[in-house]
Design a protein around this ligand. Sequence first.
Ligand code: ADP
Length: 263
Amino acid sequence: LNQKLTQSQKMEAMGQLTGGVAHDFNNLLTVILGNAEHLAERLAPHKELSNIAESIATAAERGSDLTRSLLAFARKQPLMPKRIDIGQKILGMEQLLRRTLGEHVECEFHLDQDLWQASVDPGQLASALLNLVLNARDAMPSGGKLTVEVKNTSLGETDVDVNGEARPGDYVMVAVTDTGTGMTAEVAGRAFEPFFTTKEVGKGTGLGLSMVYGFAQQSGGAMQIRSEPGHGTAVRLFFPRVGTSQPSAAPSSDQPATPTGSE
Ligand code: ADP
């Protein structure tokens, strides 16, 4: 338990640091991007020079994508939570996810009947899921099986080991399980850190899981990794259930976020 607490305190400190840097950096990149695009236009008659300006703009845009992931980790990216059925949202992504995995990976979806509603930013949920599935694909280079599960889950006092952070209560759980390479304890312990990657340069940024982690936290939920080298990895996301007492006639979307209560 001690170690888990340290882990979440470490993430908190790292979040504060990266959040500040990413925010200021993003402003600088916006200036670079705007000016490079302007130059590219003005230099259009000089193909060689305008190509250089274009490549500056492209790099600035890429940098901007990275800082956006950092802001998500640092919980500084504003979420637009809606009250949704997470299962429906995930079923809507089924084709995309299957295509992402390719033909050599078998893919199964298991959804509970009567899933609870949760307050989640649907766009961020989609990007989190895609991140997890891309990691699973990379972990199964010669094929395997991916399972996506969505379940109603009640966490009691004794279950509160999800990074030492999940409170007792009702959650909708999304689990993404692969039969890939798995992670050593050392890698699993650092996997949420921004920029931690074991992938080749150009293949991984090390921002995927940190972004997913920040998203789960900011949604008032939690994230957990279970991994065994040689056997595979299961990543579980928990999103708090909402609206049990609301009359069903009330407008059901654009609910405010569940308080994150992190401070
Ligand atoms: P990236 O994918 O860019 O490396 P992530 O933050 O998504 O960044 O992942 C960090 C590291 O965690 C990966 O480089 C990999 O070592 C490990 N990892 C993440 N997901 C899995 C998985 N499903 N199976 C095995 N290792 C994983």
